[in-house]
Write a protein that binds this ligand. Structure first.
Ligand SMILES: Nc1ncnc2c1ncn2[C@@H]1O[C@H](COP(=O)(O)OP(=O)(O)OP(=O)(O)O)[C@@H](O)[C@H]1O
Length: 266
């Protein structure tokens, strides 16, 4: 088992937010965590990456990655794992990219933080990764500021950085939410293609049950910090047990009528 999260409780300050969350993830598999805003989805994946905000802390449970409980990691051990073995693509790619630095400078620095390569090598490798994300004219992109690119392009840059080290686990926090439906589908497709090639496992956090059903082997439904239902995409979309899950499915028109169609297509 690549990742095993058991009985995780998380608080912000004195307030318990996430209760008794468990999940198991094998290499190459995809789990989607869905649920309404504030249900605790992002908090769970931030805990897995060891990047809860200051006041956030795990109060109970284990996060075992590759046989080791990450919660016992020293700061140095976390640094080695996060950004390389476990990476995160953020909601708005903008939040990952510095708005006042060119993409190329950021990408090259990111690479050189983790591996000892020359600037030129890092540059060439970054270009190759942008090509894998189907970005046209990667040299021009490297020479651009984030605000000079479209949302879809920034998103692809974020995914390219997140995938650069062929992480064992990619944590994707609504990686497509800022994009229109067609671009969403393309970016998801590209991200999954690279993950399949590299054997990367994914945990994706999303409001979009269409995206979840299309991508995921397992869907976990969260509400108020609790897991209320879980199952295969087929089970959740075609045979939901909980009223809450049914409500999320009923919201499908709001997500473009995609859930069923996309699942059938997938
Ligand atoms: N830094 C923080 N300090 C205090 N409370 C927080 C903090 N971040 C999140 N929370 C609270 O934790 C709860 C869960 O938030 P979280 O962001 O994990 O939910 P989410 O399901 O990912 O929501 P969304 O879909 O809107 O991103 C919310 O009630 C939120 O107000």
């Amino acid at each position: 088992m690549l990742l095993e999260v058991s009985n995780l409780d998380i608080s912000y300050g004195e307030h318990p937010i996430v209760h008794d969350v468990s999940l198991k993830l094998d290499s190459g598999k995809v789990i989607a965590i869905v649920g309404e805003s504030g249900s605790g989805k992002t908090t769970v994946i931030r805990a897995i990456l060891g990047c809860l905000p200051n006041e956030g802390h795990v109060t109970n449970g284990k996060i075992v990655f590759d046989g080791k409980n990450l919660l016992e990691n020293t700061a140095e051990e976390w640094r080695k794992v996060s950004g390389k073995d476990i990476t995160m693509v953020f909601q708005a790619s903008g939040s990952m990219l510095d708005p006042i630095q060119k993409i190329g400078k950021q990408f090259v620095e990111y690479i050189r933080q983790h591996v000892d390569v020359t600037e030129e090598d890092a540059y060439q490798q970054a270009i190759a990764m942008l090509k894998r994300m189907n970005l046209p004219n990667p040299e021009t992109i490297m020479d651009s500021f984030p605000f000079e690119l479209s949302g879809g392009m920034n998103q692809r840059v974020g995914v390219a950085m997140g995938m650069f080290f062929s992480p064992r686990i990619l944590l994707a926090d609504e990686p497509t939410s800022a994009l229109d439906v067609t671009t969403q589908a393309q970016v998801v497709e590209e991200m999954m293609g690279i993950c399949r090639d590299d054997g990367t496992a994914i945990i994706i956090v999303t409001h979009n049950l269409g995206v979840a059903a299309y991508m995921a082997d397992e869907i976990i439904v969260m509400r108020n910090g609790h897991i209320v239902e879980r199952g295969t995409s087929d089970e959740i979309v075609n045979n939901p047990k909980e009223d809450y899950t049914k409500e999320l499915l009923d919201a499908v028109p709001q997500i473009g009528g995609l859930a069923h169609d996309i699942y059938e297509a997938g």
